[in-house]
Design a protein around this ligand. Structure first.
Ligand SMILES: O=c1ccn([C@@H]2O[C@H](COP(=O)(O)O)[C@@H](O)[C@H]2O)c(=O)[nH]1
Length: 239
């Protein structure tokens, strides 16, 4: 079992998208060491808040608090400061919020006590979007270029990495180096239902391309046997 701040060699973070802290904690116990960490997002935090987070934190696993903060710099910095007492291993903001906002988030995270600073990550382009969505928003640019530009800004702002799809890993790794964290949702085992995701890849393919963390939700949590589903993915990854 890894401790609450160490990211283990198992790159899978299981997305516990439920409003119920008890269900999330139960699921965390079910998947156990077959995953390297857990992710709590908007559905969970809107319903269960900091108290719910603390309930799941008792499971002692690294926690990614995926709130995708997106507001003016002063507001985002305040939100980061408010979240620091929860000691998440990873926090994120939207790169779309701009350079000054990302820098403000970084500075606020740097106020964390020694050893408690979360990794600060920027979401680039949601994995539920594709080229057609970009065009609808008036962005005449390929997803790879769009993601690269936002990731460059995140790196320049001093953030620790980005959320991107597996399709951008190679380019970002080459350009931004081995230490820049690449957190990758939109992961689907071969044959699994894609659902609302559009830029997807299998766990092994994404890992082999150089992802640091694979965020996997429904392929595990909606399976008849979540523990077996998580174990099958871990075995496939050799973890
Ligand atoms: O671009 C993004 C950013 C975040 N997510 C989150 O990851 C999980 C994925 O869940 P699945 O059930 O495996 O699709 C979910 O919590 C999203 O909020 C993302 O999918 N894409």
């Amino acid at each position: 079992m890894t401790d609450a701040r160490t990211i283990s060699r198992n790159p899978v973070f299981c997305a516990l998208d439920t409003p119920s802290p008890d269900k999330a904690a139960r699921m965390a116990r079910q998947v156990g060491d077959a995953v390297g960490g857990l992710k709590l997002g908007l559905e969970f935090f809107m319903a269960a808040g900091p108290e719910g987070f603390r309930t799941v934190a008792k499971e002692g696993r690294p926690l990614f608090l995926d709130l995708k903060l997106h507001d003016i710099p002063n507001t985002v910095a305040g939100a980061v400061r408010s979240l620091l007492p929860l000691k998440p291993a990873i926090l994120n903001v939207h790169a779309q919020g701009g350079m000054a906002m990302m820098q403000a988030a970084r500075d606020a995270a740097n106020e964390a006590p020694e050893g408690e600073r979360p990794l600060m990550i920027a979401v680039t382009m949601l994995t539920s979007l594709d080229q057609a969505d970009l065009e609808r928003q008036g962005n005449r640019v390929a997803p790879a270029d769009y993601v690269r530009r936002l990731a460059e800004q995140a790196a320049e702002a001093g953030l620790d990495g980005v959320v991107c799809s597996a399709h951008e890993i190679e380019t970002l790794r080459m350009e931004l180096g081995p230490d820049f964290k690449l957190i990758v949702p939109g992961i689907r085992p071969a044959g699994a239902d894609i659902g609302d995701q559009k830029r997807v890849m299998t766990p092994a393919e994404a890992r082999d391309l150089g992802a640091d963390i694979l965020v996997i939700g429904r392929p595990i949590t909606a399976a008849d046997d979540p523990a077996a589903a998580a174990r099958a993915i871990a075995d496939d990854l050799g973890c």
